[in-house]
Design a protein around this ligand. Structure first.
Ligand SMILES: [Zn+2]
Ligand SMILES: [Zn+2]
Length: 203
């Protein structure tokens, strides 16, 4: 039994990371290549000024011109970390060849089980990855939470077989609940039925 070296709070068992910190790190490594790909495209297309003004107010921090080379810096940060991990794991082998951010993220994800169990400085990796993500988000802005449109309610509301028909929407992660008749669509079977009985588009 040991305490997580990243959050210094939860139990990590035989690992250096608790389950939650492990999951967060894995998810961030998964998202990072897309995030930085977006970052490297947008300034060239629209100009940095427009990117900055398009970002939500709270994200409109003064722009560091280093931001323009953020993808390169991110790949370099992970390369140095990966070199250290490989030095611990395979002291006799030479380090990794220079690679893309995507390749480093993929390698780290594939080896994450070993890293969390056997690399004592994994909390530093977790902190670096978290920082890289928030740097990118401070330029791009956090994506707005958009309501998902899920068609119309299929609940039968009276003995004559009248279908409710109200538009269903929800925010990601919420239960689908009709605002008009209060029917909830909770299970996968509910959602499949909902999809199946959607009125045909007359177009
Ligand atoms: Zn933790
Ligand atoms: Zn309804």
């Amino acid at each position: 039994m040991s305490t997580c070296t990243a959050c210094t709070d939860r139990d990590a068992g035989d690992y250096y990371l608790c389950e939650r910190c492990f999951g967060l790190l894995e998810q961030r490594l998964l998202n990072m290549p897309d995030l930085y790909a977006e970052l490297s495209i947008i300034p060239r297309v629209t100009g940095l000024a427009e990117v900055v003004t398009a970002a939500p107010a709270e994200a409109r921090a003064p722009i560091d011109l280093n931001a323009l080379d953020m993808p390169g810096n991110a790949a370099w940060t992970l390369e140095i970390r990966r070199r250290d991990i490989q030095r611990v794991r395979w002291p006799d082998r030479s380090g990794p060849a220079p690679a893309s951010l995507m390749a480093h993220c993929r390698w780290l994800r594939m080896e994450l089980e070993w890293i969390a169990a056997s690399y004592p400085a994994v909390a530093e990796l977790a902190a670096e990855v978290r920082k890289l993500e928030s740097q990118a988000l401070s330029i791009l802005g956090t994506p707005p939470r958009r309501a998902q449109q899920l068609g119309s309610c299929i609940a039968v509301t009276d003995d004559a077989g009248t279908v409710c028909g109200a538009a269903l929407r929800r925010y990601p992660g919420e239960v689908v609940r009709c605002r008009k008749c209060r029917t909830e669509y909770r299970t996968e079977a509910d959602l499949l039925l909902l999809q199946h009985f959607q009125p045909q588009e007359s177009a």
